[in-house]
Design a protein around this ligand. Structure first.
Ligand SMILES: [Zn+2]
Length: 375
């Protein structure tokens, strides 16, 4: 079925109806990334991440330099993230709590991986390393380890969990090579890897990820892949930590895909959800995002409702200004999310909370024809 408003593949310079040159770049970004990364979920993540960065940089980049800027950004992200993610999965036997069979690998790759894991193990405290290896390699049970150390099985299990989280972060660092740019990076990565919410808040991991490209790249690989929504057509995601941002955008994207949006529109929707979710983590600490398909007589689309009980926004018109962001100039902010969607409403009361309601409709000109046509 031809969709008249769909941006033709192979013409990155073509502007879509709303005329935003960055949105016109999405097919180009997708092609650059899809040519280098096989995993579809990783492609989606990287396209969204690239889009967010290009939008955040629009003040610094001339319109006619946006395409090359997007290509370079996409390539850099693929290099730093895509491979790391692939390798991390091949090491799943050491890096996750379950123990699946390691896939058959070439000898050379194995040797390289062994040295990376070795480097990561070397970063652990001796006691942590000893317990982890006794459990993983010698197969000693937590009860056995607890008895020999005057501890409890529960405490040993908790220690193992923390150690694995550290190892996962150190493994990614060893793979990437190079130094971390700040002293905060390592604690932030440990906190993200372990999923420790209290620690993440203490360290302001969300704020750090928006300032530190190194940690942002690594965090994409650290976050687990979340399952698809249970009820087709709707999902509610609780948002309080950085990994919830990833969950919200994955689920939002999955639902929008069910509504029949094209790849470019899916990226726009997922990026808008991502920005709104980041706002919740940063300013409200806790909230939820609800995404659902809306199927009306004359149109089909998705609505996104984000609610939080945070401090509220004092100056809404300032908060909505393009480029305005309390993330010190990084991130798209609310104005960016509004540009990506067809409808955007915000209600905020100081001391009570904020509700953002957004909607995107499938290409309006095609909506009526497509409806019920069995896409
Ligand atoms: Zn960092």
């Amino acid at each position: 079925m031809a969709d008249p408003s769909e941006i033709p593949d192979g013409s990155p310079g073509t502007l879509p109806a709303d005329g935003d040159p960055i949105v016109g770049l999405i097919p180009l970004i997708r092609r650059v990334i899809a040519a280098r990364v096989r995993d579809a979920q990783t492609v989606d993540d990287l396209v969204q991440e690239t889009l967010a960065r290009v939008m955040a940089a629009r003040d610094r980049v001339e319109n006619n330099s946006l395409a090359p800027y997007a290509v370079v950004t996409a390539r850099n992200l693929v290099t730093s993230t895509g491979q790391v993610h692939q390798r991390a999965r091949q090491n799943a036997h050491l890096l996750v709590d379950e123990t699946p069979h390691p896939p058959p690998d070439e000898r050379l790759l194995r040797r390289e991986e062994t040295s990376l894991v070795g480097a990561a193990l070397a970063r652990l405290a001796p006691a942590e390393r000893e317990v982890l290896l006794a459990h993983e390699v010698e197969g000693r049970s937590t009860a056995d380890l607890a008895a020999s150390r005057g501890s409890s099985p529960g405490a040993i299990a908790a220690q193992l969990k923390r150690t694995r989280a550290k190892l996962r972060a150190e493994y990614l660092l060893a793979h990437q090579g190079g130094d971390l740019p700040t002293d905060r990076c390592r604690p932030v990565l440990y906190a993200l890897s372990s999923g420790d919410r209290r620690r993440q808040r203490e360290l302001d991991t969300a704020g750090h990820l928006l300032e530190c490209d190194t940690c942002l790249d690594l965090s994409v690989a650290l976050f687990d892949r979340r399952p698809l929504p249970e009820t087709p057509g709707e999902a509610t995601v609780r948002v309080s930590v950085d990994s919830d941002v990833v969950t919200a955008r994955h689920q939002g994207r999955a639902i929008a895909a069910m509504a029949g949006f094209n790849a470019t529109e899916l990226t726009m929707i997922a990026t808008a959800i991502s920005e709104i979710a980041r706002n919740i983590v940063k300013f409200a600490q806790r909230g939820e995002i609800e995404v659902r398909i809306v199927d009306e007589a004359d149109r089909i689309g998705v609505t996104v409702v984000a609610r939080d009980a945070g401090p509220g926004i004092r100056n809404l018109s300032q908060a909505m200004q393009d480029g305005f962001s309390t993330y010190r100039g990084l991130g798209l902010g609310l104005g960016g999310a509004r540009r990506l969607m067809d409808q955007f409403e915000i209600a905020s009361e100081v001391g009570v909370g904020t509700t953002v309601t957004m909607a995107k409709w499938r290409s309006q000109s095609a909506g009526l024809e497509n409806k019920g046509a069995g896409r």
